[in-house]
Design a protein around this ligand. Structure first.
Ligand SMILES: Cc1cc2nc3c(=O)[nH]c(=O)nc-3n(C[C@H](O)[C@H](O)[C@H](O)COP(=O)(O)OP(=O)(O)OC[C@H]3O[C@@H](n4cnc5c(N)ncnc54)[C@H](O)[C@@H]3O)c2cc1C
Length: 434
């Protein structure tokens, strides 16, 4: 049986991994060179703690308020684009307590499955991805966030997760070098983290060793259909402008992240999905050691430590793909760091990074950005397409694409092979808005 996967991000490559393992002959078509996409510069969190989908009560109000702040962490770029209007309408309707309650169990199940699979990858010795399970600490400064996060902690316990609520002293004891200036925090102990750049560099090499064919610089440009099924995937070489195709495929998996709606359209399918741009920057050899990944809740800034490295990232700008880096937003996210973790104030690397004139001059070199594929209810789309029986959709993972990567690949292979899935998949059905 032959499968073509469109997109070489974590979702496409994980799908290739498990389809190959299940005996499929796999081709991956990737527009770029597999040296960068949204799956590289992210924070590396494997987050069972993130069981609340992006579409949750209060998000619309927060989004409206933040639209008028140049430094806000969440922003919807106003536009009359019909795609944004349709997505926004569905997103607003999904921001309900009922949606959060219905989504939590399926999300936790897929997050835990995925973390377990990544742990197996790391333990196999085939990959060096710096996976560690130290949990993730959500730090807060205000009573409002303390209330929200401790409620979240209770919900997490009900889902079977391990959490510890920390007062200011306990938070300081966990991060002695940074001396958090916070009211307290919640430590989600099931969370793990890995170094995504290492994962994304090693995966294609291992896949090719296992016989997966990866075609780089291959931009999918259309499909041929016979009796409603895709019979060939056409692609254009981005290097030589030649047209080629992969024919006689039994299965096509659409895993092109933020670019998936345009490709779905070529196959006669529709998909509500918007790109959500985020930034990160990586500091080499910080003097101060952060011992746990953490999220600064009011500021919505995330920090991840790896041996000799610290990554700081955040922001969600919903809008069409573009390569603009908004300096005020980058500045806003970096300014938040020493407010919570004053220890960074005298870290030479951090001080150099926050020399604003230098940063402004070297913005492209110092700031990475990627586009999270954000579905209209914050839940991924995983399963067969509505009108095309041999097309499978695997995208829309928003801020959880890495966390859900290996698990998504596993269930994609199970569904493709007609097997029972490791976890129930109804909540992720691509046709759920029809
Ligand atoms: C700042 C930031 C921090 C984040 N932190 C985390 C985190 O800590 N944990 C977490 O779980 N998630 C995190 N995320 C989200 C996560 O990175 C994404 O959800 C994930 O990378 C999406 O993976 P993907 O494979 O769907 O898409 P991508 O990685 O974008 O891959 C899609 C691929 O499809 C290719 N493509 C597009 N069009 C075509 C075409 N026509 N033909 C062929 N190929 C095509 C693209 O070139 C690309 O390589 C973060 C995101 C950002 C921006």
């Amino acid at each position: 049986m032959k499968a073509t996967i469109i997109g070489g991000g974590i979702i496409g490559l994980s799908s290739a991994w498990y389809l190959n393992e299940a005996g499929w002959q796999v081709t991956v078509l990737e527009r770029g060179d597999l040296r960068d996409n949204c799956s590289f510069g992210n924070m590396g969190y494997l987050s069972p703690s993130h069981f609340v989908p992006l579409a949750a009560p209060g998000m619309v109000e927060k989004g409206m308020a933040w639209m008028f702040s140049a430094k806000s962490p969440f922003y919807v770029r106003p536009s009359l684009s019909p795609d944004l209007i349709r997505w926004g309408w569905r997103f607003m309707r999904s921001c309900t307590a009922a949606h959060v309650q219905k989504s939590a169990r399926p999300l936790v199940d897929l997050l835990l499955l995925s973390r377990q699979l990544f742990t197996e990858w790391a333990a196999s010795g085939e990959m060096d991805i710096q996976l560690e399970q130290k949990g993730c600490i959500m730090f807060y400064k205000t009573e409002r966030l303390e209330h929200e996060e401790t409620e979240n902690a209770r919900a997490a316990e009900q889902l079977g997760l391990q959490v510890e609520v920390l007062d200011r002293e306990a938070a300081r004891a966990l991060e002695p070098e940074l001396q958090p200036d916070v009211r307290g925090g919640v430590w989600f102990k099931d969370d793990a983290h890995l170094y995504p750049n290492a994962l994304m560099q090693q995966l294609p090499v291992l896949l090719e060793k296992r016989g997966v064919r990866i075609v780089r610089h291959a931009e999918v440009s259309g499909f041929e259909k016979k009796n409603g099924k895709i019979s060939a995937v056409r692609y254009q070489s981005t290097e030589g402008a030649t047209q080629e195709e992969v024919a006689d495929q039994d299965l096509v998996v659409l895993a092109a992240g933020s670019w998936s709606p345009q490709i779905a359209k070529m196959a006669g399918e529709s998909m509500l999905l918007m790109p959500g741009k985020g930034y990160s920057t990586t500091l080499d050899r910080p003097v101060k050691t952060l011992r746990h990944p953490c999220i600064l809740l009011e500021a919505k800034v995330a920090l991840t430590p790896w041996a000799g490295r610290l990554r700081i990232g955040s922001t969600m700008e919903i809008g069409a793909v573009n390569d603009r880096i908004l300096f005020p937003r980058v500045k806003g996210l970096l300014e938040a760091v020493p407010c919570y973790l004053p220890g960074y104030q005298d870290d030479p690397g951090f001080r150099k990074l926050t020399d604003w004139a230098d940063l402004k001059r070297n913005l492209r070199e110092k700031i990475w950005f990627g586009f999270r594929p954000v579905s209209a209810d914050g839940m991924p789309y995983i399963g067969f397409a509505q009108k095309t029986p041999n097309l499978m959709i695997a995208t829309g993972h928003a801020m959880l694409g890495l966390s859900l990567g290996a698990g998504t690949g596993k269930v994609v292979a199970e569904m493709a092979s007609g097997k029972a899935t490791s976890i129930p998949m109804e909540a992720f059905a691509p046709g759920r808005f029809a």
